[in-house]
Design a protein around this ligand. Sequence first.
Ligand code: ADP
Ligand code: TRP
Length: 360
Amino acid sequence: MLFDLSPIGWRCLSEFCTLVSEFYPRNCNLSPIMLGFEMVRYLTGLQPTGVLHIGNYFGALRPAIELQEKGEAFYFIADYHALTTIHDQEALRANVRSVVIDSLACGLNPARACFFRQSDIPIVTELTWILSTITPMGLLERAHSYKDKLSRGIAALHGLFAYPVLMAADILLYESDIVPVGKDQKQHLEITRDIAVKLNDLYGPILKIPEPWIREEVATVVGLDGQKMSKSYRNTIEIFLEEKALQKKIMGIVTDSAPAEAPKDPTSSTIVSLYRLFVTTDELEKMEHDFRAGGTGYGDFKKRLFAIIWEYFAPMRKRRAELESDPGYVEQVLKNGAARAQEVAEKVIARVRKAIGLST
Ligand code: ADP
Ligand code: TRP
């Protein structure tokens, strides 16, 4: 017997199960499903806009990997979306490949998550069109991300303007319950809900209304210059750099010019801010103590940071090398994911077509 639960209820129950599992003598990994509750579907898209950096890892990928254990995860590579900003076919192919391999190497588990390429399910573009016929222009004109992109010099093309409608179609086509995203995507989720409610008002309850899960608790990872780490600021630390290249990046972190002997402030240091992502509280306290004590130069602190980052990603580098040498496996993962996604998509689009009068 399965019980239905609201997405919020599911989240609370999942957290509760995690807590109980930690205290249970055999680390039982309790989940709401074991208690007889129906599975909640999480869906999120990863844009293949470049090589993954530490900000993407802690801000988006790692939370998604943690979630795949707590419900039914649908994760996809948003390559149709990437077309709004990348018009170089080789670059797009390379980016898709690297995001897929990096995600699998970091722990995205295709046995737990349905992992697919957005463009393998072209039905999503049909739903986009249907949704766009009821989407008010004003809703899209207010989108911050569109305005931000124009201010960064990206051409005002229709695809960029319609980006949120495609995103709504992604979410609604797979009957998502919960959509975990970064703060920057909050407005896109509101637009999705507005569009879904409008379609349901017009034609009846055919679309599931999703709940956003805005990752407020994920801190903004800082880049080499102390600003938010972002490809647009050219201050990123890519997670799969070669050893020498990674060393060089870390040694390039901007600091003040305090000499080795001087005590230093750990609270304003980019080195400490990055270090804390990788270490235990004790290790962090030791680093902060050494900063305050003086007698150690920034160069040495950077070496410590490099060592810890290199070690943290070592198992993932190993897994990545294995995946690189097995392209057949990677393609198979995407193929299996697409088959599962297609199943859900066909069911939903059939319901939509019928409701709006496109089929009998
Ligand atoms: P970039 O700013 O480098 O272009 P994206 O916008 O492609 O990165 O990031 C994809 C997702 O990764 C974002 O929605 C956000 O959740 C996460 N992310 C990116 N940069 C950071 C950061 N510096 N700190 C925390 N999360 C980040
Ligand atoms: N717009 C998202 C981003 O830039 C990527 C994305 C596309 C997405 N479709 C989605 C995220 C659907 C969540 C759900 O990060």
